[in-house]
Design a protein around this ligand. Structure first.
Ligand SMILES: Cc1cc2nc3c(=O)[nH]c(=O)nc-3n(C[C@H](O)[C@H](O)[C@H](O)COP(=O)(O)OP(=O)(O)OC[C@H]3O[C@@H](n4cnc5c(N)ncnc54)[C@H](O)[C@@H]3O)c2cc1C
Length: 417
Protein backbone atom coordinates (compact mmCIF):
# COMPACT_ATOMS: atom_id res chain seq x y z
CA UNK A 1 0.00 0.00 0.00
CA UNK A 2 1.38 3.40 -1.01
CA UNK A 3 0.31 6.26 1.24
CA UNK A 4 0.68 9.69 -0.34
CA UNK A 5 0.54 12.95 1.65
CA UNK A 6 -2.99 14.32 1.95
CA UNK A 7 -4.58 10.87 1.72
CA UNK A 8 -8.21 10.45 2.74
CA UNK A 9 -8.59 7.11 4.55
CA UNK A 10 -12.11 5.72 4.28
CA UNK A 11 -12.90 3.10 6.91
CA UNK A 12 -15.68 0.78 5.72
CA UNK A 13 -16.69 -0.08 2.16
CA UNK A 14 -20.46 -0.01 2.59
CA UNK A 15 -22.46 2.36 0.42
CA UNK A 16 -21.58 5.35 2.64
CA UNK A 17 -17.84 4.61 2.39
CA UNK A 18 -18.02 3.97 -1.36
CA UNK A 19 -19.97 7.22 -1.92
CA UNK A 20 -17.40 9.16 0.14
CA UNK A 21 -14.56 7.55 -1.82
CA UNK A 22 -16.22 8.48 -5.13
CA UNK A 23 -16.69 12.12 -4.05
CA UNK A 24 -13.14 12.53 -2.80
CA UNK A 25 -11.44 10.71 -5.66
CA UNK A 26 -13.33 12.88 -8.15
CA UNK A 27 -11.33 15.86 -6.91
CA UNK A 28 -8.06 14.03 -7.47
CA UNK A 29 -7.34 13.56 -3.76
CA UNK A 30 -5.49 10.31 -2.92
CA UNK A 31 -7.95 7.88 -1.31
CA UNK A 32 -7.49 4.52 0.41
CA UNK A 33 -10.48 2.40 1.50
CA UNK A 34 -9.97 -0.03 4.41
CA UNK A 35 -12.67 -2.73 4.68
CA UNK A 36 -12.78 -5.26 7.52
CA UNK A 37 -14.37 -8.11 5.55
CA UNK A 38 -13.39 -9.71 2.25
CA UNK A 39 -16.14 -7.96 0.28
CA UNK A 40 -17.41 -4.42 -0.29
CA UNK A 41 -21.10 -3.53 0.11
CA UNK A 42 -21.67 -4.01 3.85
CA UNK A 43 -25.38 -4.50 4.44
CA UNK A 44 -26.09 -4.29 0.69
CA UNK A 45 -24.40 -7.27 -0.94
CA UNK A 46 -24.89 -10.44 -3.02
CA UNK A 47 -23.33 -13.87 -2.61
CA UNK A 48 -23.48 -17.33 -4.15
CA UNK A 49 -25.70 -19.65 -2.12
CA UNK A 50 -24.70 -23.28 -2.52
CA UNK A 51 -28.00 -24.60 -1.18
CA UNK A 52 -30.04 -22.74 -3.78
CA UNK A 53 -27.36 -22.99 -6.46
CA UNK A 54 -27.61 -19.32 -7.40
CA UNK A 55 -26.59 -15.84 -6.33
CA UNK A 56 -28.86 -14.08 -3.87
CA UNK A 57 -28.83 -10.77 -2.00
CA UNK A 58 -28.48 -10.53 1.76
CA UNK A 59 -31.96 -9.00 1.65
CA UNK A 60 -34.43 -7.42 -0.72
CA UNK A 61 -33.51 -3.80 -1.37
CA UNK A 62 -35.79 -1.32 -3.01
CA UNK A 63 -34.98 2.17 -4.21
CA UNK A 64 -37.75 4.65 -4.81
CA UNK A 65 -37.48 6.74 -7.95
CA UNK A 66 -37.49 9.76 -5.59
CA UNK A 67 -34.04 8.66 -4.30
CA UNK A 68 -32.06 11.23 -6.28
CA UNK A 69 -28.68 10.76 -4.61
CA UNK A 70 -28.78 6.99 -5.07
CA UNK A 71 -29.68 7.40 -8.72
CA UNK A 72 -26.88 9.93 -9.24
CA UNK A 73 -24.50 7.47 -7.57
CA UNK A 74 -25.62 4.73 -9.96
CA UNK A 75 -25.14 7.09 -12.92
CA UNK A 76 -21.62 7.97 -11.76
CA UNK A 77 -20.59 4.29 -11.59
CA UNK A 78 -22.26 3.51 -14.92
CA UNK A 79 -24.96 1.28 -13.39
CA UNK A 80 -28.09 3.39 -13.90
CA UNK A 81 -29.45 0.81 -16.35
CA UNK A 82 -28.94 -2.09 -13.96
CA UNK A 83 -32.18 -1.45 -12.07
CA UNK A 84 -35.68 -2.45 -13.10
CA UNK A 85 -38.24 0.30 -12.61
CA UNK A 86 -41.80 -0.74 -11.76
CA UNK A 87 -45.05 1.21 -11.85
CA UNK A 88 -45.29 4.09 -9.37
CA UNK A 89 -47.65 2.19 -7.10
CA UNK A 90 -47.72 0.24 -3.84
CA UNK A 91 -49.60 -3.05 -4.49
CA UNK A 92 -51.08 -5.09 -1.60
CA UNK A 93 -52.76 -8.47 -1.08
CA UNK A 94 -54.74 -9.44 2.01
CA UNK A 95 -53.92 -13.11 2.54
CA UNK A 96 -57.11 -13.76 4.54
CA UNK A 97 -59.66 -12.17 2.21
CA UNK A 98 -57.67 -12.34 -1.10
CA UNK A 99 -58.52 -8.65 -1.65
CA UNK A 100 -55.93 -6.75 -3.67
CA UNK A 101 -55.44 -3.01 -3.97
CA UNK A 102 -52.84 -0.64 -5.17
CA UNK A 103 -52.10 2.91 -4.07
CA UNK A 104 -50.65 5.11 -6.80
CA UNK A 105 -49.68 8.39 -5.18
CA UNK A 106 -49.80 10.77 -8.09
CA UNK A 107 -52.14 13.61 -7.36
CA UNK A 108 -50.78 17.12 -7.84
CA UNK A 109 -52.61 20.35 -7.28
CA UNK A 110 -55.75 20.32 -5.16
CA UNK A 111 -55.84 18.49 -1.83
CA UNK A 112 -58.60 16.30 -3.23
CA UNK A 113 -56.34 15.09 -6.05
CA UNK A 114 -53.45 14.41 -3.68
CA UNK A 115 -55.67 12.36 -1.36
CA UNK A 116 -57.72 10.57 -4.05
CA UNK A 117 -55.33 7.61 -4.65
CA UNK A 118 -55.56 6.64 -0.97
CA UNK A 119 -59.27 5.92 -1.41
CA UNK A 120 -58.16 2.67 -3.07
CA UNK A 121 -57.38 1.25 0.40
CA UNK A 122 -60.38 -0.95 1.31
CA UNK A 123 -62.26 0.35 4.33
CA UNK A 124 -60.37 3.67 4.46
CA UNK A 125 -62.70 6.50 5.47
CA UNK A 126 -62.18 10.09 4.38
CA UNK A 127 -61.38 11.03 7.97
CA UNK A 128 -58.59 8.37 8.10
CA UNK A 129 -57.13 9.60 4.83
CA UNK A 130 -57.23 13.21 5.96
CA UNK A 131 -55.21 12.27 9.04
CA UNK A 132 -52.26 12.10 6.67
CA UNK A 133 -52.08 15.87 6.95
CA UNK A 134 -51.07 15.43 10.60
CA UNK A 135 -47.78 13.94 9.46
CA UNK A 136 -46.88 17.38 8.12
CA UNK A 137 -47.07 18.91 11.60
CA UNK A 138 -45.72 15.96 13.61
CA UNK A 139 -43.16 16.90 16.24
CA UNK A 140 -39.80 15.22 16.84
CA UNK A 141 -41.17 12.98 19.59
CA UNK A 142 -44.23 11.70 17.67
CA UNK A 143 -44.56 8.14 16.50
CA UNK A 144 -46.32 7.24 13.26
CA UNK A 145 -49.25 5.80 15.22
CA UNK A 146 -49.59 8.98 17.28
CA UNK A 147 -49.63 11.05 14.11
CA UNK A 148 -51.87 8.91 11.94
CA UNK A 149 -54.05 6.93 14.37
CA UNK A 150 -55.54 3.43 14.12
CA UNK A 151 -57.98 2.13 11.50
CA UNK A 152 -58.11 0.51 8.09
CA UNK A 153 -55.80 3.08 6.54
CA UNK A 154 -53.22 2.27 9.20
CA UNK A 155 -53.45 -1.53 8.90
CA UNK A 156 -53.74 -1.65 5.12
CA UNK A 157 -51.33 1.08 4.09
CA UNK A 158 -49.37 2.96 6.73
CA UNK A 159 -48.30 -0.04 8.81
CA UNK A 160 -46.83 -2.08 5.94
CA UNK A 161 -45.23 1.04 4.48
CA UNK A 162 -43.79 2.18 7.81
CA UNK A 163 -42.38 -1.22 8.65
CA UNK A 164 -40.80 -1.49 5.19
CA UNK A 165 -39.29 2.00 5.17
CA UNK A 166 -38.41 2.51 8.84
CA UNK A 167 -37.90 -1.11 9.97
CA UNK A 168 -40.14 -0.38 12.95
CA UNK A 169 -43.83 -0.75 13.78
CA UNK A 170 -45.90 2.48 13.68
CA UNK A 171 -46.21 2.40 17.48
CA UNK A 172 -42.42 2.85 17.64
CA UNK A 173 -41.36 4.53 14.38
CA UNK A 174 -40.57 8.24 14.10
CA UNK A 175 -43.31 10.20 12.31
CA UNK A 176 -40.75 12.77 11.13
CA UNK A 177 -38.78 10.16 9.19
CA UNK A 178 -41.90 8.88 7.46
CA UNK A 179 -42.91 12.46 6.70
CA UNK A 180 -39.60 13.04 4.94
CA UNK A 181 -40.17 10.05 2.66
CA UNK A 182 -43.77 11.00 1.90
CA UNK A 183 -42.66 14.56 1.14
CA UNK A 184 -40.15 13.27 -1.41
CA UNK A 185 -42.76 11.00 -3.00
CA UNK A 186 -45.63 13.46 -3.09
CA UNK A 187 -43.34 16.39 -3.92
CA UNK A 188 -42.53 14.68 -7.19
CA UNK A 189 -46.21 14.38 -8.06
CA UNK A 190 -46.15 10.71 -7.15
CA UNK A 191 -43.55 9.93 -9.80
CA UNK A 192 -41.10 9.35 -6.95
CA UNK A 193 -42.99 6.24 -5.80
CA UNK A 194 -41.75 3.94 -8.57
CA UNK A 195 -39.94 0.94 -7.04
CA UNK A 196 -36.51 0.23 -8.50
CA UNK A 197 -34.82 -3.12 -7.88
CA UNK A 198 -31.55 -4.64 -9.04
CA UNK A 199 -32.01 -6.69 -12.20
CA UNK A 200 -29.18 -9.11 -11.37
CA UNK A 201 -28.09 -8.44 -7.80
CA UNK A 202 -27.18 -5.77 -5.25
CA UNK A 203 -23.44 -6.21 -5.70
CA UNK A 204 -23.77 -6.12 -9.49
CA UNK A 205 -25.69 -2.80 -9.30
CA UNK A 206 -24.36 -0.89 -6.30
CA UNK A 207 -20.99 -2.32 -5.37
CA UNK A 208 -18.90 -3.96 -8.09
CA UNK A 209 -19.22 -1.06 -10.59
CA UNK A 210 -18.25 1.39 -7.82
CA UNK A 211 -15.15 -0.65 -7.00
CA UNK A 212 -14.24 -0.70 -10.71
CA UNK A 213 -14.61 3.09 -11.06
CA UNK A 214 -12.63 3.71 -7.87
CA UNK A 215 -9.84 1.36 -8.97
CA UNK A 216 -9.74 3.20 -12.31
CA UNK A 217 -9.16 6.44 -10.40
CA UNK A 218 -6.25 4.90 -8.53
CA UNK A 219 -8.12 4.38 -5.26
CA UNK A 220 -6.66 1.47 -3.28
CA UNK A 221 -9.21 -0.80 -1.59
CA UNK A 222 -7.78 -3.07 1.09
CA UNK A 223 -9.91 -5.99 2.27
CA UNK A 224 -9.46 -7.79 5.59
CA UNK A 225 -8.30 -4.48 7.08
CA UNK A 226 -10.27 -4.02 10.29
CA UNK A 227 -9.50 -0.75 12.06
CA UNK A 228 -8.76 -1.75 15.67
CA UNK A 229 -7.97 1.60 17.32
CA UNK A 230 -7.36 5.25 16.63
CA UNK A 231 -4.80 7.57 18.23
CA UNK A 232 -5.16 11.31 18.65
CA UNK A 233 -3.35 14.38 19.92
CA UNK A 234 -5.26 17.59 20.57
CA UNK A 235 -7.95 18.02 17.93
CA UNK A 236 -6.39 15.68 15.36
CA UNK A 237 -6.19 11.95 14.73
CA UNK A 238 -2.56 10.94 14.50
CA UNK A 239 -2.62 7.19 13.78
CA UNK A 240 -4.79 4.31 12.63
CA UNK A 241 -4.11 0.85 14.06
CA UNK A 242 -4.85 -2.22 11.95
CA UNK A 243 -4.09 -5.80 13.06
CA UNK A 244 -0.87 -5.97 11.02
CA UNK A 245 0.15 -2.34 10.69
CA UNK A 246 -0.11 1.15 12.12
CA UNK A 247 -0.52 4.11 9.79
CA UNK A 248 0.80 7.42 11.07
CA UNK A 249 -1.29 10.32 9.78
CA UNK A 250 0.32 13.52 8.52
CA UNK A 251 -1.28 16.91 9.17
CA UNK A 252 -2.79 16.82 5.66
CA UNK A 253 -4.39 13.38 6.02
CA UNK A 254 -8.04 12.83 6.91
CA UNK A 255 -10.30 9.94 7.89
CA UNK A 256 -13.92 9.09 7.07
CA UNK A 257 -15.29 6.61 9.57
CA UNK A 258 -18.06 4.85 7.58
CA UNK A 259 -18.67 1.92 9.94
CA UNK A 260 -21.73 0.89 11.98
CA UNK A 261 -22.48 2.90 15.15
CA UNK A 262 -21.37 0.15 17.54
CA UNK A 263 -17.92 0.14 15.90
CA UNK A 264 -17.66 3.94 16.24
CA UNK A 265 -18.52 3.56 19.89
CA UNK A 266 -15.69 1.06 20.41
CA UNK A 267 -13.16 3.21 18.54
CA UNK A 268 -14.23 6.61 19.93
CA UNK A 269 -16.38 6.18 23.06
CA UNK A 270 -16.86 9.97 23.35
CA UNK A 271 -18.94 10.11 20.17
CA UNK A 272 -22.66 9.70 20.93
CA UNK A 273 -24.30 7.18 18.58
CA UNK A 274 -27.68 5.47 18.34
CA UNK A 275 -27.21 2.21 20.22
CA UNK A 276 -30.50 0.36 19.59
CA UNK A 277 -30.94 -1.69 16.42
CA UNK A 278 -33.72 -3.60 14.63
CA UNK A 279 -33.53 -6.84 12.68
CA UNK A 280 -34.67 -7.83 9.19
CA UNK A 281 -35.22 -11.46 8.20
CA UNK A 282 -35.24 -12.51 4.55
CA UNK A 283 -36.17 -15.85 3.01
CA UNK A 284 -35.19 -16.83 -0.53
CA UNK A 285 -37.00 -19.70 -2.30
CA UNK A 286 -35.77 -21.30 -5.52
CA UNK A 287 -38.87 -22.09 -7.58
CA UNK A 288 -39.15 -24.72 -10.32
CA UNK A 289 -40.35 -22.11 -12.81
CA UNK A 290 -40.94 -18.35 -12.91
CA UNK A 291 -44.10 -17.43 -11.00
CA UNK A 292 -46.53 -14.53 -11.16
CA UNK A 293 -47.79 -12.20 -8.44
CA UNK A 294 -51.33 -10.76 -8.50
CA UNK A 295 -51.43 -7.89 -10.99
CA UNK A 296 -48.22 -9.12 -12.62
CA UNK A 297 -45.99 -6.89 -10.48
CA UNK A 298 -42.51 -7.92 -9.35
CA UNK A 299 -43.26 -7.17 -5.69
CA UNK A 300 -46.27 -7.07 -3.40
CA UNK A 301 -47.05 -6.15 0.19
CA UNK A 302 -48.85 -8.86 2.17
CA UNK A 303 -51.38 -8.19 4.93
CA UNK A 304 -52.29 -10.79 7.54
CA UNK A 305 -49.27 -13.10 7.36
CA UNK A 306 -45.74 -13.25 8.73
CA UNK A 307 -44.21 -12.45 5.32
CA UNK A 308 -44.51 -8.73 4.62
CA UNK A 309 -43.21 -8.23 1.07
CA UNK A 310 -42.54 -10.75 -1.68
CA UNK A 311 -40.13 -9.90 -4.52
CA UNK A 312 -39.70 -11.95 -7.70
CA UNK A 313 -36.46 -12.20 -9.66
CA UNK A 314 -36.43 -15.00 -12.25
CA UNK A 315 -37.08 -18.23 -10.38
CA UNK A 316 -36.23 -16.82 -6.95
CA UNK A 317 -39.02 -15.55 -4.70
CA UNK A 318 -37.59 -13.47 -1.85
CA UNK A 319 -39.53 -12.55 1.24
CA UNK A 320 -38.85 -9.70 3.65
CA UNK A 321 -39.88 -9.44 7.28
CA UNK A 322 -38.79 -6.13 8.81
CA UNK A 323 -38.93 -5.14 12.49
CA UNK A 324 -38.22 -8.86 12.91
CA UNK A 325 -36.49 -9.08 16.30
CA UNK A 326 -39.16 -11.53 17.51
CA UNK A 327 -38.22 -13.97 14.70
CA UNK A 328 -34.50 -14.08 15.38
CA UNK A 329 -34.62 -17.06 17.73
CA UNK A 330 -37.06 -19.12 15.67
CA UNK A 331 -35.48 -22.21 14.08
CA UNK A 332 -34.65 -21.81 10.40
CA UNK A 333 -36.90 -24.70 9.28
CA UNK A 334 -39.89 -23.22 11.15
CA UNK A 335 -39.26 -19.84 9.55
CA UNK A 336 -38.97 -21.39 6.09
CA UNK A 337 -42.27 -23.25 6.57
CA UNK A 338 -44.10 -20.16 7.82
CA UNK A 339 -42.74 -17.83 5.15
CA UNK A 340 -43.25 -20.33 2.33
CA UNK A 341 -46.91 -20.76 3.33
CA UNK A 342 -47.45 -17.00 2.89
CA UNK A 343 -45.37 -16.86 -0.30
CA UNK A 344 -47.19 -19.79 -1.90
CA UNK A 345 -50.52 -18.14 -1.06
CA UNK A 346 -49.36 -14.89 -2.67
CA UNK A 347 -48.15 -16.70 -5.80
CA UNK A 348 -51.21 -18.94 -6.01
CA UNK A 349 -48.99 -22.05 -5.72
CA UNK A 350 -49.68 -25.22 -3.71
CA UNK A 351 -48.21 -25.05 -0.21
CA UNK A 352 -46.29 -28.33 -0.48
CA UNK A 353 -43.72 -29.55 -1.12
CA UNK A 354 -41.67 -26.55 -0.04
CA UNK A 355 -38.94 -25.56 -2.56
CA UNK A 356 -35.32 -25.16 -1.40
CA UNK A 357 -35.05 -22.08 0.76
CA UNK A 358 -32.50 -20.00 2.56
CA UNK A 359 -32.95 -17.67 5.56
CA UNK A 360 -30.73 -14.61 6.04
CA UNK A 361 -31.04 -12.94 9.44
CA UNK A 362 -29.60 -9.42 9.66
CA UNK A 363 -29.67 -8.82 13.42
CA UNK A 364 -28.58 -5.18 13.25
CA UNK A 365 -30.13 -4.34 9.90
CA UNK A 366 -30.72 -0.68 10.82
CA UNK A 367 -30.56 1.49 13.90
CA UNK A 368 -33.94 1.57 15.69
CA UNK A 369 -35.81 4.44 14.10
CA UNK A 370 -37.87 5.55 17.08
CA UNK A 371 -37.98 9.26 18.06
CA UNK A 372 -35.63 8.79 21.02
CA UNK A 373 -32.94 6.91 19.09
CA UNK A 374 -33.29 9.28 16.12
CA UNK A 375 -32.42 12.13 18.52
CA UNK A 376 -29.06 10.42 19.12
CA UNK A 377 -27.93 10.56 15.49
CA UNK A 378 -24.68 12.53 15.35
CA UNK A 379 -23.73 14.93 12.57
CA UNK A 380 -20.75 14.09 10.37
CA UNK A 381 -18.41 16.39 12.33
CA UNK A 382 -16.50 15.02 15.31
CA UNK A 383 -14.30 16.62 17.98
CA UNK A 384 -11.32 15.80 15.73
CA UNK A 385 -10.79 18.18 12.81
CA UNK A 386 -9.55 15.47 10.47
CA UNK A 387 -12.16 12.80 11.33
CA UNK A 388 -15.70 12.78 9.93
CA UNK A 389 -18.50 10.24 10.19
CA UNK A 390 -20.62 8.63 7.48
CA UNK A 391 -23.30 5.96 7.55
CA UNK A 392 -27.07 5.61 7.26
CA UNK A 393 -27.29 6.11 11.03
CA UNK A 394 -25.76 9.61 11.03
CA UNK A 395 -28.07 12.62 11.06
CA UNK A 396 -29.14 12.78 7.44
CA UNK A 397 -32.79 13.54 8.18
CA UNK A 398 -33.59 10.41 6.16
CA UNK A 399 -34.41 6.86 7.23
CA UNK A 400 -31.61 4.26 7.33
CA UNK A 401 -31.63 3.54 3.62
CA UNK A 402 -29.29 3.41 0.65
CA UNK A 403 -30.27 7.00 -0.13
CA UNK A 404 -29.34 8.06 3.40
CA UNK A 405 -26.06 6.12 3.33
CA UNK A 406 -25.01 7.65 0.00
CA UNK A 407 -25.95 11.17 1.08
CA UNK A 408 -24.03 10.71 4.33
CA UNK A 409 -20.91 9.63 2.42
CA UNK A 410 -21.10 12.68 0.19
CA UNK A 411 -21.73 15.02 3.12
CA UNK A 412 -18.73 13.62 4.99
CA UNK A 413 -16.52 14.02 1.91
CA UNK A 414 -17.71 17.61 1.42
CA UNK A 415 -16.44 18.49 4.90
CA UNK A 416 -12.95 17.36 3.92
CA UNK A 417 -12.68 19.15 0.59
C1 LIG B 1 -31.92 -6.94 4.94
C2 LIG B 1 -31.84 -5.47 4.63
C3 LIG B 1 -32.77 -4.89 3.78
C4 LIG B 1 -32.68 -3.54 3.46
N1 LIG B 1 -33.58 -3.00 2.56
C5 LIG B 1 -33.39 -1.74 2.13
C6 LIG B 1 -34.20 -1.22 1.09
O1 LIG B 1 -35.12 -1.88 0.58
N2 LIG B 1 -33.96 0.05 0.65
C7 LIG B 1 -32.96 0.82 1.18
O2 LIG B 1 -32.76 1.95 0.69
N3 LIG B 1 -32.18 0.36 2.20
C8 LIG B 1 -32.37 -0.90 2.68
N4 LIG B 1 -31.57 -1.39 3.67
C9 LIG B 1 -30.61 -0.48 4.34
C10 LIG B 1 -29.29 -0.37 3.55
O3 LIG B 1 -28.76 -1.63 3.27
C11 LIG B 1 -28.33 0.42 4.41
O4 LIG B 1 -28.90 1.68 4.71
C12 LIG B 1 -26.97 0.68 3.76
O5 LIG B 1 -26.47 -0.45 3.12
C13 LIG B 1 -26.01 1.14 4.86
O6 LIG B 1 -24.73 1.44 4.32
P1 LIG B 1 -23.59 2.00 5.25
O7 LIG B 1 -22.40 2.19 4.40
O8 LIG B 1 -24.10 3.13 6.04
O9 LIG B 1 -23.31 0.84 6.34
P2 LIG B 1 -22.76 -0.65 6.14
O10 LIG B 1 -23.34 -1.24 4.93
O11 LIG B 1 -23.01 -1.34 7.44
O12 LIG B 1 -21.19 -0.49 5.91
C14 LIG B 1 -20.25 -0.46 6.94
C15 LIG B 1 -18.98 -1.17 6.45
O13 LIG B 1 -17.96 -1.01 7.44
C16 LIG B 1 -17.26 -2.24 7.55
N5 LIG B 1 -16.59 -2.25 8.87
C17 LIG B 1 -17.15 -2.47 10.08
N6 LIG B 1 -16.20 -2.34 11.05
C18 LIG B 1 -15.05 -2.02 10.43
C19 LIG B 1 -13.72 -1.76 10.90
N7 LIG B 1 -13.43 -1.75 12.22
N8 LIG B 1 -12.75 -1.49 10.00
C20 LIG B 1 -13.03 -1.46 8.65
N9 LIG B 1 -14.28 -1.71 8.17
C21 LIG B 1 -15.29 -1.98 9.05
C22 LIG B 1 -18.35 -3.28 7.38
O14 LIG B 1 -17.81 -4.54 7.08
C23 LIG B 1 -19.18 -2.66 6.26
O15 LIG B 1 -18.70 -3.05 5.00
C24 LIG B 1 -31.66 -2.74 4.04
C25 LIG B 1 -30.74 -3.31 4.93
C26 LIG B 1 -30.83 -4.66 5.22
C27 LIG B 1 -29.81 -5.27 6.16
Amino acid sequence: MTVRPGTAHIIGAGLAGLAAALSLSRTGRPVIVHEATGQAGGRCRSFHDTRLGCRIDNGNHLLLSANRAARDYLAEIGAAGSLVRGDAAFPFLDLATRETWSVTPGGRGSLQRVLAPFRQVPGARTIDILRMLRLAVSGPTSTVMEALGPGAMMERFWRPLTVAILNAEPEVASARLLRRVMRDILGSGGDGAAPMTARVGLSESFVDPAVTVLSGRGVQIGFGRRLRAIESAGDRLTALHFPDTTLALTSADAVVLAVPPAVVSDLAPDIRVPSAASAIVNAHFRLDAPAVLPGGSTLIGLIGGTAQWVFLRGTVASVTVSAADALLDRPVETLLDTLWRDTAAALGLPCGPRPPGRIVKERRATFRQDPDTVAHRPTARTPWANLVLAGDWTDTGLPATLEGAIRSGRAAAALLK
